[in-house]
Ligand binder design. Structure first.
Ligand code: C2O
Length: 545
């Protein structure tokens, strides 16, 4: 294993899409940002320097950060933001992971433009458990807003209504040929040779939308999810929630040496709010192709068939196909059980504002009725230096405060409390967490992401979770291991994990609008007794608030 050095300069860059030019925050002027490539076991050192007026902080989504919690990155959770003119060096080792992950800004809504792929290759000499691809390509889905991310965030926060929806989805930064005012050079093109195996490293970096993805006339084989191998399965359509990564293989046909096909993505949406229901497309172009000019008059006619926008039946069956490839170490003796209600709620409308929530209230989102408020200092510093007083309280509810029929009639009182409550757990606690979507203001599926751990998805269902029956059907044999899971609209999901990583670990809905509204919390995992079970002190350049 070796050390890989990267230099990330946070800088403004003018970018034009859909005939709109905006100056946006980027890493090294790139959208999407630079790709990090490392092998399992490598040490990765990224020096981030902030040259813009916004505060910044970067998160390495899905990296376990074993004993390196200071490098995890969510602002006000593991660190204070990197201020203008300052630098911070993120330093971590990739332990026991290979596949695709990604990095993104973890402050305000900057991840809309500040994100990129993390490609983790197996250790030198270790083969993939599937056919070696001829070529591997990251495919990053994101959203393009004609306005800047600050304006979108302001819209979500201040009016109390939903945020502006995006103007386009993008594939590797480009909206593609199905939008008005989107030219050939605004289309990502993947050139392939006939009769070869390709691997796409799919990343959903979109702020607020789960996406269906499909390639016309090509079936893909899913082999990996969230940097963990899965039992391979074939599908024509992939569903990917914000935060998730999925590696798929496909074979190029031998008989299509002059053809072009569209790869398309568009949302899966179950909520009531407005959303961007447009379709992004990229081109899969077979070579040799004598007419491989750039003109869109050759717009490919072969388009894939994507499920309906609200096709929950497809989503459910797709998600149920994921199984761990290697024998997983699922916790069986559970030390701590939690039941979290995940959903929306309301706050009083601030004076002098008009809010768009029900009865003039302001929209909020919560877990067990707690809408999480970020502190003005970092939780991890407060924990590490024993200064939690006035920063957080250790009384995050293990169960809903007022139980109700979660998928039936919503309760009268939909108000949330606004607190900085956390769960404190000893090192090596086995946790079972059931997350129940609620129908308050409409059932909606929520991609829940846990920092610092992978978890096993042992169960999933619709309606209210039944603690007397549902656990009997848990899969403890080969459940998928992930860092982000969709809590189904009008249903629940059960996960298990082991707190083998001391630190403060954020958990939140990866829909940015819900994170902003408070659908987030933190797990504080105490040090273990042995020296290699203790979080080391912070690096000397850790930003201060
Ligand atoms: Cu991908 Cu807390 O984030």
């Amino acid at each position: 294993s070796i050390t890989r050095h990267y230099k990330f300069d946070i800088q403004l860059q003018n970018v034009t899409r859909l005939c709109h030019t905006k100056s946006m925050v980027t890493v090294n002027g790139k959208f999407p940002g630079p790709k990090i490539v490392a092998r399992e076991g490598d040490n990765v050192v990224i020096k981030v320097t902030n040259h813009v007026s916004n505060n910044i902080s970067l998160h390495w989504h899905g990296i376990r950060q074993l004993l390196t919690g200071w490098a995890d990155g969510p602002a006000y959770v593991t660190q204070c933001p990197i201020q203008t003119g300052q630098s911070y060096v993120y330093n971590f080792t990739i332990v026991g992971q290979r596949g695709t992950l990604w990095w993104h800004a973890h402050i305000s809504w900057l991840r809309s433009t500040v994100h990129g792929a993390i490609v983790i290759l197996p250790k030198l000499g270790v083969p993939y458990p599937f056919k070696k691809p001829y070529k591997e390509v990251p495919i990053i889905f994101a959203e393009w807003f004609n306005v800047d991310s600050e304006a979108v965030e302001r819209q979500a926060l201040q009016s109390g209504g939903g945020p502006n929806v995006s103007d386009a989805y993008t594939i590797n930064g480009f909206p593609g040929p199905l939008y008005n005012c989107s030219s050939a050079k605004d289309t990502y093109k993947l050139k392939v040779k006939p009769g070869k195996t390709y691997m796409l490293r799919l990343i959903n970096a979109a702020l607020n939308d789960e996406l269906f993805f499909s390639i016309a006339n090509h079936t893909v084989k899913v082999v990996e999810a969230d940097a963990v191998y899965v039992k391979p399965f074939d599908t024509d359509v992939v569903l990917i929630t914000p935060g998730q990564t999925t590696n798929v293989l496909f074979e190029t046909h031998s008989s299509h040496s002059n053809a072009t096909f569209l790869m398309e993505a568009r949302p899966y949406a179950t909520g009531l709010g407005t959303f961007d229901n447009t379709t992004t497309a990229a081109i899969l172009e077979y070579h040799p192709n004598p007419n491989s000019g750039n003109s869109l008059t050759r717009l490919p006619l072969l388009r894939p068939k994507l499920p309906a926008l609200n096709d929950t039946a497809f989503a459910t069956s797709f998600v149920s196909k994921f199984r761990s490839l290697n024998k997983p170490q699922v916790p069986t003796n559970i030390d701590k059980r939690f039941f979290f209600t995940i959903g929306l709620g309301t706050n009083p409308c601030p004076k002098n504002q008009t809010c768009q929530g029900p009865n003039g209230t302001m929209f909020a989102a919560s877990i067990n009725n707690v809408s999480f408020t970020l502190p003005t200092t970092a939780l991890l510093q407060a924990h590490f230096f024993g200064k939690s007083a006035g920063v957080y309280t250790p009384d995050f509810p293990t169960n809903p405060v007022h139980p109700f029929n979660y998928t039936g009639t919503p309760p009268n009182n939909t108000m949330v409390s606004n607190d900085t409550k956390v769960v404190v757990l000893p090192f090596n606690t086995t946790v079972e967490l059931v997350m129940q979507d609620t129908s308050i203001l409409g059932a909606e599926s929520h991609p829940l992401h846990l920092h610092g751990f992978n978890f096993y998805v042992v169960g999933q269902g619709f309606g209210n979770y039944d603690p007397s029956k549902d656990p009997l059907r848990f899969n403890l044999v080969d459940p998928v291991e992930r860092n982000t899971v969709g809590v189904p609209s009008g249903g629940w999901v059960a996960i298990r994990f082991l707190t083998d990583n001391p630190g403060v670990w954020f958990m939140h809905c990866h829909l940015e609008v819900h994170t902003t509204w408070g659908l987030k919390m933190a797990w504080v995992v105490q040090d273990g007794k042995l020296p290699n079970q203790k979080l080391p002190p912070p690096p000397s350049d850790l930003p201060q608030c």
